[in-house]
Design a protein around this ligand. Structure first.
Ligand SMILES: NC(=O)c1ccc[n+]([C@@H]2O[C@H](COP(=O)([O-])OP(=O)(O)OC[C@H]3O[C@@H](n4cnc5c(N)ncnc54)[C@H](OP(=O)(O)O)[C@@H]3O)[C@@H](O)[C@H]2O)c1
Length: 294
């Protein structure tokens, strides 16, 4: 398998594919769906995303976006096999029974009988969770079973730092690690570990959730290329061999976020972006600042 940076050099559009360590292929830019449920037009936003060209959708049981995605797929008329759908099992469901039930509910809401990619959403339920290692091992084992049964095509993890991987206790490596990744918060240790083990990194919050759009350095690079800041940030991820998952509710931005393949960043620009001081960080951390910790 070619390394991910070399694979990305050959991409010509958002539906060019990375090849994963299990041999499956994944479109190189995905559409994020966090907070889509809070928008009353959720279903129409996904229909627009499909009609504009997106074929890869990142969802999660937590996001409650799956019902809108399921309805939008039916409405769009695009056949299921042409789409790539990710969902995730939330941190409170890290045991075989709950993980399986979570997947069953996701399949129902998405109106489909298989998921392209299933992820463990977060490695630990809470800071105080002393049994997180056992929970990851049994859940991962169940993920492997669900993959063997064919209801899931590929399996992976999210928000994993290097020390979390050993807890899976398996020779079968995740094919994806989905982490917060953008200039100003690059998590180089998680990135380097993943790349070294042939695990593709997916970038959540690739635009810093909008927080990088007015960043002075990125604005200078954008103006030098006569491109938008969003395009620079998404292109940056691809040039690092990382798969970005931008989310937008606006059709014009959906189109903008796809035009990433007619320019390239210089070594100096990549280096400047690599060295951007901490900014636009969500404040979340896999072990120390866990969302909805109790
Ligand atoms: N695994 C995890 O733990 C985890 C955590 C967080 C997120 N995620 C996934 O990653 C996806 C992306 O992360 P995110 O939604 O937090 O943040 P993001 O994609 O970095 O940023 C989304 C924000 O950027 C704006 N935006 C999008 N395109 C733009 C453009 N071309 N120009 C200007 N502004 C633009 C959007 O505004 P409008 O919508 O108003 O256009 C929205 O406010 C999520 O939707 C979710 O699927 C995963």
């Amino acid at each position: 398998m070619k390394d991910f940076i070399s694979q990305a050099k050959e991409f010509t559009d958002i539906n060019s594919t990375f090849t994963l360590n299990d041999g499956n292929k994944i479109p190189c830019v995905g559409f994020g769906t966090w907070k889509i449920k809070e928008n009353e037009n959720g279903e129409q936003i996904i229909v627009d995303a499909i009609n504009s060209g997106f074929r890869h959708f990142d969802s999660a049981a937590l996001y409650k976006s799956e019902t809108s995605i399921g309805k939008a797929i039916k409405k769009s008329g695009v056949s299921r096999e042409k789409l790539f759908i990710t969902t995730k099992v939330w941190k409170d469901d890290l045991c075989p029974e709950k993980a399986r039930l979570s997947l069953k509910n996701s399949l129902q809401d998405l109106q489909t009988d298989y998921i392209d990619l299933l992820l463990i959403h977060w490695p630990k339920a809470s800071k105080k969770d002393s049994s997180w290692q056992e929970k990851l091992a049994v859940t991962w084992n169940e993920f492997i079973k669900m993959r063997t049964e064919g209801i899931v095509r590929s399996i992976g993890v999210a928000n994993f730092l290097p020390h979390h991987f050993a807890a899976l206790q398996s020779d079968i490596l995740p094919c994806i690690n989905q982490i917060e990744f953008h200039p100003g918060y690059l998590q180089e240790e998680a990135y380097n570990y993943s790349i070294k083990h042939g695990i593709l990194v997916e970038a959540w919050r690739p635009l810093g959730q909008g927080g990088l759009i007015n960043n002075e350095l990125v604005k200078v690079i954008a103006s030098a290329h006569n491109r938008s800041v969003a395009k620079i940030l998404l292109r940056y991820a691809l040039e690092r061999g990382v798969l970005p998952l931008p989310k937008t509710t606006h059709l014009e931005r959906m189109l903008e976020n796809q035009k990433l393949f007619d320019f390239a960043l210089s070594e100096k620009e990549m280096s400047d972006l690599n060295n951007l001081p901490l900014c636009a960080w969500s404040g979340e951390h896999p072990d120390n600042a866990i969302p909805w910790d109790d």
